[in-house]
Design a protein around this ligand. Structure first.
Ligand SMILES: Nc1nc2c(ncn2[C@@H]2O[C@H](COP(=O)(O)OP(=O)(O)OP(=O)(O)O)[C@@H](O)[C@H]2O)c(=O)[nH]1
Ligand SMILES: [Mg+2]
Ligand SMILES: [Zn+2]
Length: 323
């Protein structure tokens, strides 16, 4: 008799995926099954890489006589997922790369210094989350650094747009209680550029957490740990699952067209009905309410700059063959 179980994917890989069976205590040692993917689930590889991703709920069969090995038979329907175009230097058509599924909230981690704050990157992930109907939030880390940017204006800008914002220091252990409370229950993920402190925040929230890290050589005489694989961690202190992901240099909008972009910026979504033209792209059209609001300071100039930068990257429609 083949035993069928259901569980949560906590790590995905090219050939093996780690699945925690339902009903097991996530805090209890190693209960995971190392699972391959049935061939039928690997179909469609020309369009998307990674058919199964962390956060997925799956049904799997236990391979008889093996040491905690299984085969994923079915990926249960997703509540949501965040995807991006697979980063590649080539000119050929990009594939969809899922990052996390079934998210409560995607948290964009930025550092206020070292590496310097990157508003374009922050806004592009927030827009991608909006496009895929995933709730997002902002974590402003490294406030302890002397050269850190002032978090206050950022806090007000993003909070006014409806995003939860936390001002933090993983090292000085600042703001962790508030963040811990926000992460309670279900699945969250940390994404952002390399070195902003995603892994450090996880470690600060759950001291003693075993993070899988790899040494990538020396930089300026200091050892540097960088995350090489996404992994979902259970944080008993917090009572929630949080994904640590490797630093991303690119984060495009999967499947979005130019005319959809302003709907992914809450302030533009709100102002668009006041534009003179119904199909206003908020570029330099006469009577544009977004440009007027930017000129009188109601819309943040940096946000508008992020919008314009992203717009140039998106195809006009499905027949736009230039990308
Ligand atoms: N001063 C200061 N340094 C921090 C803080 N958080 C993290 N760091 C340092 O920043 C560096 C990078 O931190 P990581 O946690 O590895 O960053 P990451 O976002 O996980 O990076 P990747 O895994 O490469 O994506 C480490 O040297 C940390 O000690 C902070 O709040 N303040
Ligand atoms: Mg890391
Ligand atoms: Zn407009």
């Amino acid at each position: 008799m083949t035993e069928i179980r259901s569980g949560l994917v906590v790590q995905h890989g090219a050939t093996r995926n780690l699945v925690l069976p339902d009903g097991t205590d996530p805090g209890q040692g190693d209960q995971h099954y190392s699972c391959v993917l049935r061939g039928k689930l690997r179909q469609g590889r020309r369009e998307r890489v990674r058919p199964v991703v962390i956060g997925d709920r799956v049904r799997f069969t236990v391979i008889q006589g093996s040491e905690r090995q299984g085969a994923i038979e079915e990926i249960l329907p997703r509540r949501n997922a965040i995807s991006r175009p697979q980063p590649s230097g080539g000119q050929h058509r990009k594939l969809e790369q899922a990052v996390v599924a079934n998210l409560d909230r995607l948290w964009v981690v930025v550092s206020l210094a070292q590496p310097p704050l990157n508003r374009r990157f922050l806004d592009r992930i927030l827009a991608a989350a909006a496009h895929q109907s995933v709730d997002a939030g902002v974590l402003l880390n490294k406030i302890d650094l002397a050269d850190a940017a002032d978090p206050q204006p950022l806090l007000s800008t993003y909070a006014a747009l409806g995003y939860p914002v936390h001002v933090l220091s993983a090292i000085a252990r600042d703001g962790l209680d508030g963040l811990g409370a926000a992460l309670e229950g279900s699945i969250h993920a940390f994404v952002g550029l390399s070195g902003v402190g995603k892994s450090s925040l996880l470690r600060a929230l759950q001291p003693g957490l075993e993070l899988r890290v790899a040494e990538v050589g020396e930089r300026h005489g200091h050892g540097r740990h960088t995350t090489t694989a996404s992994r979902l961690f259970w944080l008993p202190e917090v009572g929630g699952w949080v994904a640590d992901t490797p630093g991303m240099r690119e984060f495009g909008l999967w499947g979005a067209f130019q005319r959809e972009l302003s709907d992914c910026f809450p302030e533009m979504l709100e102002l668009a009905p006041d534009c003179r033209f119904r199909d206003c792209m908020h570029r330099r059209e006469p009577g544009c309410a977004v440009i007027a609001a930017m000129e009188d300071g109601t819309v943040d100039e940096e946000r508008y700059a992020s919008y314009r930068a992203l717009l140039t990257e998106l195809p006009v429609d499905e027949f736009d063959q230039r990308r």
